[in-house]
Design a protein around this ligand. Structure first.
Ligand code: UT7
Length: 324
C-alpha cells in the first residue's frame, strides 16, 4: 500500500548533438565516447526550452496519461540542479505554466539522485495526505552548466525532463520501499558552484566557474559499490529475490557502470532498461524519462515489480521498489 503512479510523461529538446559533433569541439572521438560511456547522442535545449518548460511539457503528458487536470494537483516536487533561476524555484514556474493553482510547489536538489529522493518524499507525503494527487518531476538543462572545453565532462551530459502523477491507493501496488543515502564528505569528487557571490564578505578569488567538475574514475568506483549495497539492503529488508524483479530502471549515467552493476547484483540483462545511448546522462531527469519510455513501450504491466536506483553528486544514492 502506497503511492501509485497514475501516468508518466517526458520531454526531450529537439536538437541532437552527436559524438561526431563533439569531435569538432574537443579532442575526442566517437569511438572513445562510445566505448567508455555507451553514449551516441544527447539532446541540447535551445531558446524556449528552459528547464521549467521541458518539465511542464513532460508534466502535461503525464497528466494526460493519468487523466488528471491541473486543478486536481495538490503538490509539485521538482528535482533539478539546473533551473534558470535560484529563486523562485523551478517548481513555482511549472505550477504557473500548468495553471495548477491549488498546488504548493518546491524544488529538491539531490543531483542525479533527485528524482529518486523526490519520489520518496512524494510517497511519504501521500501516506499522510491520502486524498491528494501529486506531480513529481525530474528536469535538467545541464548543457548550460558544462564547460564545453572539458572533454572529461562535456561528452557525458544531456538535457530533458520526465514526470509522474501519483496518488495513494489502498492497494498492494505503489512504492514498496526506498533505501536512500548521502555522504557529503565526498562532495569534491563531483560538484558545481553557483555564480560567484556579490557579497564582498564572501568574495571568492580563483572562482572555478559554474560548470560541473568531476573525478570520473572515483565517481565510477563509488557509484557501482554504492548502488549495489543500496539494492541488496532494500531487497533483503523487503524479503524479495532479485529474480522477482520484472524491470530495473537505473540512472542512465554510463553503460559501463550499468553493466558492472547488473553483473554484481545478478539481474537478467533483458530486464534492465537502457536508453543512455540516445540521451546521455540527464541527471535527475534520467529515471523518469526512461520510466516513461518503458511504460509507453509496454515494458510494464499491472503488478510488475520495478526496481530503480541512482547515484550522483553529494554523494547521493539509493534504490526504490515499486509495484506497478
Ligand atoms: O551520475 C554520475 C555522473 N558521473 C558519471 O557517471 C561519471 C563516471 N565516470 C565515468 O563514466 C568515466 O570515468 C569517464 C567516462 C568519465 C572517463 O572514463 P575513464 O575510463 O575513467 O577515463 P579516464 O578519466 O581514466 O581517462 C583515460 C584517458 C586519459 O588520457 P591519458 O591520461 O591516459 O592520456 C584522459 O585524458 O582518456 C582521456 N580522456 C579522453 N579521451 C578522449 C578523457 N576524456 C576523453 C574524451 N575523449 N572525451
Amino acid at each position: 500500500m502506497g503511492a501509485v503512479i497514475l501516468g508518466t510523461g517526458s520531454c526531450l529538446p529537439g536538437r541532437v548533438l552527436t559524438n561526431h559533433d563533439l569531435e569538432k569541439i574537443v579532442d575526442t572521438s566517437d569511438e572513445w565516447i562510445l566505448s567508455r560511456t555507451g553514449i551516441s547522442t544527447r539532446r541540447i535545449s535551445g531558446k524556449d526550452e528552459e528547464t521549467f518548460k521541458l518539465a511542464s511539457t513532460a508534466a502535461r503528458r503525464a497528466m494526460e496519461a493519468a487523466d488528471v487536470t491541473a486543478d486536481e494537483i495538490d503538490l509539485i516536487i521538482v528535482a533539478t540542479m539546473s533551473s534558470h533561476m535560484l529563486m523562485p524555484s523551478c517548481a513555482c514556474f511549472v505550477q504557473n505554466e500548468l495553471g495548477a493553482k491549488n498546488a504548493f510547489a518546491y524544488d529538491l536538489n539531490a543531483a542525479c539522485s533527485g528524482f529518486l529522493f523526490a519520489l520518496d518524499s512524494g510517497d511519504k507525503y501521500l501516506r499522510v495526505e491520502r486524498d491528494k494527487k501529486i506531480l513529481v518531476i525530474g528536469t535538467e538543462t545541464l548543457s548550460s552548466r558544462i564547460n564545453w572545453q572539458d572533454r572529461n565532462t562535456c561528452i557525458l551530459f544531456g538535457d530533458g525532463a520526465g514526470a509522474v502523477i501519483m496518488e495513494y491507493q489502498d492497494d498492494p501496488r505503489g512504492v514498496v520501499g526506498s533505501n536512500l543515502f548521502s555522504d557529503g564528505s565526498l562532495w569534491n569528487l563531483l560538484y558545481m558552484h553557483t555564480a560567484p557571490s556579490l557579497n564582498p564578505e564572501l568574495e571568492q578569488s580563483d572562482h572555478p566557474g559554474t560548470h560541473i567538475l568531476m573525478e570520473g574514475r572515483e565517481v565510477f568506483k563509488y557509484a557501482v559499490k554504492a548502488m549495489e549495497g543500496a539494492i541488496h539492503d532494500l531487497l533483503d529488508r523487503q524479503k524479495i529475490e532479485i529474480s522477482s524483479i520484472d524491470l530495473m530502471i537505473p540512472h542512465q549515467a554510463n553503460i559501463r557502470i550499468l553493466k558492472k552493476l547488473v553483473s554484481r547484483i545478478g539481474i537478467d540483462q533483458e530486464k534492465v532498461f537502457i536508453n543512455v545511448q540516445k540521451y546521455g546522462n540527464t541527471s535527475a531527469a534520467s529515471i523518469p524519462i526512461a520510466l516513461d519510455e518503458a511504460n509507453r513501450e509496454g515494458r510494464l504491466t499491472r503488478d510488475n515489480l520495478l526496481l530503480i536506483c541512482s547515484f550522483g553528486g553529494g554523494f547521493t544514492w539509493g534504490a526504490s521498489l515499486l509495484r506497478w
